[in-house]
Design a binder for this molecule. Structure first.
Ligand code: FEO
Ligand code: CA
Ligand code: CA
Ligand code: CA
Length: 526
């Protein structure tokens, strides 16, 4: 990686050439001579929303490593119960991912947690697997030390705790309703977002694994790959699959309002060479309505040129309408339902731009720019990924044109690689979690990075533009589900798949059982 990448990265952040020189000098010593693990920016102090921390160095320890002034407690791990009463038992699901914090009052809240996948060697058979995927919703409370903990009170568990698993029948909204009055349940739930009207959207991502890898029978592929809306506060409410938002490997959804208050949802399709989409609701937002996602327009991004995402390219683009209103699409698809069931095919017919695996999307609370984690694309020689950003024309999320910039390139020069979950904190700092696969981690080109980690990139102040490592994951795990509580005093985080194939882990070693288990943790300043 050459200094060109770093220079452009700094340029975006508005740093001067003096800062560039200083950073170039310091970067000469970012690799520890004794080990190949990166020490870039380690020891630098940052006042984050959670309090001041010193950036840590890359690590290969089988631990959740934090700056020594921070601590964590485990809220739930695979194998725990979320309901444990005489009448009903519910397990906390497998491979937890997205987390949403839903306050009930000052000291009590619900956590909404996605379960992305299951290890078929550990949970055997379709029936058992169907109960540990989907979503867990459960109550937490603050204890006397102001730590958020699982609420053990059985009456409270009965009142609030429930799951939306692969067996919970969902309603269907949008054009595909013509063909499916309901769908079977939800699975492959990756990330999501909270809506402005009190519900949560969860995204169905790698659903094909349930047929191809887990060998589920009678698996109808049409019923998955949707964005699902859940009212978490109403126990056993019926989820809705919103087909107007398209069918793909939905990673997450980022919500924004257009200048005229139409609801806009940005979405990525996490597969190499797939696309970036946005949905614009027909209705404008008002305090009394909750139905925005059943009717609207779906667009796909098209850039002005073919891009090499290993370079800091910039340019302009347009949002192309995926609808039978387009004559090219009208020749191919008989109905809007048919088009939506083949969203990827429709996008390609409109010459939508291929990208290097769009994972998480988030909108800056300050600039309104849309940030997208492009994780990597091995076929195109992109090992390190980048953070790509879209600035809508006139800063209006309803615009049909935009400028783009591939502004932060992963690699040794910036310290992070394979960005996956990204999230803005309330101070407009960008939090980036990395996800190198178990087969590749700590080897070859990834040796410098150590275990998957969580970085903070402040966008202003002394360390503006530097990726400061806040946490390092246990062996094989990725850190995901970045979620702050209302006061930004606690960071909830998923430690997902410790000991993933290719690695060995015994984290969190509950009761000294030496067993690796995905867990939700709450991180706080000591
Ligand atoms: Fe579920 Fe693309 O990570
Ligand atoms: Ca992801
Ligand atoms: Ca990933
Ligand atoms: Ca993963």
């Amino acid at each position: 990686m050459n200094s060109f990448n770093r220079r452009d990265f700094l340029k975006f952040l508005g740093l001067s050439s003096t800062a560039l020189v200083l950073n170039s000098c310091s970067s000469l010593s970012f690799l520890n001579s004794e080990s190949s693990l990166s020490q870039l920016n380690s020891g630098l102090s940052l006042k984050s929303v959670l309090g001041e921390f010193k950036a840590i160095a890359a690590s290969e320890l089988d631990e959740l490593v934090l700056d020594e002034s921070f601590t964590y407690n485990i809220i739930r791990s695979w194998g725990d119960k979320i309901l444990n009463s005489k009448s009903k038992n519910i397990d906390f699901g497998y491979n937890n991912d997205y987390i949403e914090f839903l306050p009930l009052n000052e000291k009590e809240a619900l956590l909404f947690v996605n379960h992305e996948s299951v290890n078929p060697l550990e949970v055997i058979g379709e029936k058992a697997q169907s109960k540990v995927v989907g979503v867990s919703i459960f109550k937490i409370k603050q204890n006397s030390s102001s730590e958020w903990v699982f609420d053990e009170d059985l009456t409270e568990q009965e009142k609030y705790n429930w799951t939306v698993d692969a067996n919970r029948i969902c309603k269907v909204s949008g054009p595909v309703q013509e063909e499916y009055a309901e769908m079977k349940g939800t699975l492959a739930n990756c990330s999501g977002t909270k809506t402005l009207w009190g519900t949560v959207l969860t995204c169905e991502e790698n659903y094909h694994n349930f047929k191809d890898l887990y060998l589920w029978q009678d698996f109808d592929m049409n019923q998955y790959g949707w964005i699902v809306e859940i009212d978490p506060y109403t126990k056993n409410s019926i989820p809705v699959k919103h087909t107007a938002l398209g069918k793909m490997a939905h990673e997450n959804a980022a919500l924004a309002l257009a200048d005229n208050s139409q609801v806009v949802v940005y979405m990525g399709d996490d597969k190499a060479n797939e696309h970036i989409y946005k949905f614009v609701s027909d209705k404008v937002f008002n305090e009394n309505d909750k139905d925005y996602l059943s009717k609207g327009k779906l667009y796909v991004a098209k850039f002005d040129k073919s891009l090499d995402f290993t370079k800091a390219e910039s340019g302009s683009g347009t949002w192309e309408l995926l609808s039978l209103e387009n004559s090219t699409l009208k020749k191919i698809f008989k109905s809007e339902a048919e088009l939506l069931l083949e969203t990827r095919k429709a996008a390609k017919l409109l010459k939508a731009s291929p990208t290097d695996r769009p994972e998480s999307i988030t909108v800056s609370p300050k600039s309104k720019e849309v940030f997208i984690a492009l994780t990597n694309n091995y076929d195109k020689g992109n090992d390190f990924g980048s953070i790509f950003k879209i600035s809508e024309s006139g800063q209006d999320h309803g615009s049909l044109s935009f400028n783009y910039e591939n502004f932060a390139l992963g690699g040794e020069e910036t310290g992070f690689t394979c960005p996956d979950n990204i999230q803005f904190a309330s101070d407009n700092s960008l939090w980036i979690a990395t996800d190198i696969s178990g087969k590749a981690i700590n080897k070859n080109q990834y040796k410098f990075h150590g275990n998957n980690s969580l970085f903070v990139i402040p966008l202003e102040g002394e360390h503006s533009g530097k990726a400061l490592r806040f946490a390092s994951a246990p062996n094989g795990a990725e850190l995901c589900g970045i979620c702050f509580d209302e006061k930004s005093q606690t960071l909830f985080l998923s430690v997902q798949h410790p000991g993933e194939i290719g690695t060995n882990s015994s984290w969190p070693n509950l009761n000294n059982d030496k067993k690796a288990r995905s867990s939700v943790v709450a991180i706080q300043k000591k």
